[in-house]
Design a protein around this ligand. Structure first.
Ligand code: FCB
Length: 475
């Protein structure tokens, strides 16, 4: 099951929300204001990226292989047999790319560090050329007055660590802690904003339960162990950064989705509660000192087996902000047995309205963004929308890429962010996913998410209409 199947959970019987509203009804209405003026000068706009998706240079300058190198080189794992060996070749193009980003008036470049570029074996000796690469990226950002926001881990575990079990192995907590310490030591005097993980639910669920992502494991046992080790590592990572860099602003990011029951029948409502616990609460609540949502999520019962004394205290950390990443809403329906419940969520994705579905099969649901912002607002943390965006087919015409559906998507979703902010949810930033068209994991190069078009034949970049809109709005 790949992510196309596993995470396109939406759209059954498109609810009353969509039926009663014209699709454009919640479009951003700024009046005479620009985005900049409507959100205020302190609000940060930026783009989010991930190392494996853009860098290429998979085996250059001493980099060790990651689980994504291994996985994407296996037959049948990635759509069209694609891999990230070259991708946007950001490794060689970063200087021009960041200048392009600056020309679009963006405040923030969110990026991640490839662990195996810095520590080829995942632990032990450092690769100085890898360390230097991120210094050059960060220095370039600073020279262009772009804030570098660093994600410590965006899914590309060193293969050498996977050979020892990866996140299934409890030692992963220590491996990751050492890696975070290296990052803090080398980049801490330049980088002020840090995110420990990118979407722990996605990389544990897809990597260890459904197997659609690297390392491609399908095991409830491994999933539960991985969840626990990542949860402890999440708290430890935060603490290490704060201890070594007391002035740093430290967060972590979560995937989230507004969950609705298929109908009001109590069994579907129960399923929705379960799905909400799995997709929205599993990783934030232990960080908040609330423990696992075991009561609402029977499938993780038994996780205690992996919990040692003091673990839940180590998992707790007072993050300065949480990063929310939202793309679609989910519709849940009852099933008796956990794997069937998971499969049902997949089946629930009966596409009812083609015009409302992105190239990922994800439903466009701006209201869903509003609902998750309200829901996560309850935790009392400051919030950054660290990812949001859409893949649509693009039409290149000469020097223009007319991506009107993506532009509409941004206007609708940002409209809902503004609505939540105006209602008092403490939202401090919004980062578009993503800067450049790139390697979209199991979907390869097929879905294009960029606000900048990339011609993968010749590495040419072309700002799309959506990118030009941001540029104009952020002037
Ligand atoms: C998010 C991932 C990001 C990208 C977008 C489309 O879940 O964090 O890397 O794949 O989805």
């Amino acid at each position: 099951m790949n992510r196309r199947d596993a995470l396109k959970l939406s759209a059954v019987g498109t609810t009353s929300l969509l039926l009663t509203q014209h699709p454009m009804a919640n479009m951003l209405n700024l009046g005479p204001l620009t985005l900049r003026e409507a959100f205020g000068r302190d609000f940060k706009f930026g783009v989010a990226t991930a190392a494996y998706q853009i860098e290429g240079a998979w085996n250059l300058d001493g980099k060790g292989p990651s689980i994504w190198d291994t996985f994407s080189h296996k037959k049948g794992k990635i759509l069209n047999g694609d891999n990230g060996d070259v991708s946007c070749d950001f490794y060689h193009n970063f200087s021009q790319d960041l200048a392009l980003l600056q020309s679009m008036n963006m405040d923030v470049f969110r990026f991640s560090t490839a662990w195996s570029r810095i520590m080829p074996e995942g632990q032990g000796p450092l690769n100085i050329k890898g360390i230097d690469f991120y210094h050059r990226v960060i220095d370039r950002c600073l020279a262009l007055s772009i804030e570098p926001w660093l994600t410590c881990y965006h899914w590309d575990l060193p293969q050498a660590l996977q050979d020892e079990g990866g996140w299934f192995n409890r030692d992963s907590i220590a491996w990751f802690s050492d890696f975070v310490e290296v990052l803090a030591k080398y980049y801490g005097d330049k980088v002020k904003h840090w995110m420990v993980f990118n979407e722990p639910m996605a990389f544990t669920g897809l990597g260890y339960m459904s197997g659609g992502h690297a390392p491609g494991i399908r095991s409830f046992k491994q999933f539960k162990a991985a969840v626990h080790h990542v949860t402890v590592a999440q708290g430890e990572g935060g603490r290490i950064l704060k201890e070594l860099l007391p002035d740093a602003i430290v967060g972590t990011t979560f995937s989230c989705t507004a969950v609705e029951p298929k109908s009001n029948a109590p069994r579907h409502q129960k399923a929705a509660k379960k799905a909400d616990a799995l997709f929205n609460r599993l990783f934030i609540e232990p960080a908040m000192g609330m423990g696992y949502p075991t009561e609402d999520l029977s499938m993780i019962q038994g996780i205690e087996r992996w919990v040692k004394d003091g673990d839940m205290e180590r998992a707790t950390f007072d993050f300065d902000f949480i990063g929310l990443q939202n793309y679609f809403r989910s519709v849940a329906r009852f099933s008796f047995w956990p794997p069937v419940f998971w499969a049902n969520l997949v089946k629930a994705n009966k596409l009812t309205k083609e015009e409302n579905i992105t190239e990922m099969g994800w439903e466009v649901s701006p209201e869903g963004m509003y609902h998750v912002l309200k829901q996560f607002g309850e935790y009392g943390k400051r919030i950054i929308v660290t990812e949001n965006g859409a893949a649509f087919e693009d039409h290149v015409e000469g020097n223009f890429v007319h991506d009107s559906r993506r532009l509409d998507f941004y206007k609708q979703y940002i409209g809902q962010v503004l609505r939540a902010k105006r209602e008092g949810i403490p939202i401090d930033g919004y980062f578009a996913w993503t800067f450049l068209d790139n390697f979209e994991w199991a979907e390869g190069y097929h879905p294009r998410f960029g606000i900048v078009h990339v011609d993968f034949e010749n590495q040419e970049r072309l700002i799309k209409d959506s990118g030009l809109w941001f540029k104009e709005q952020l002037r």
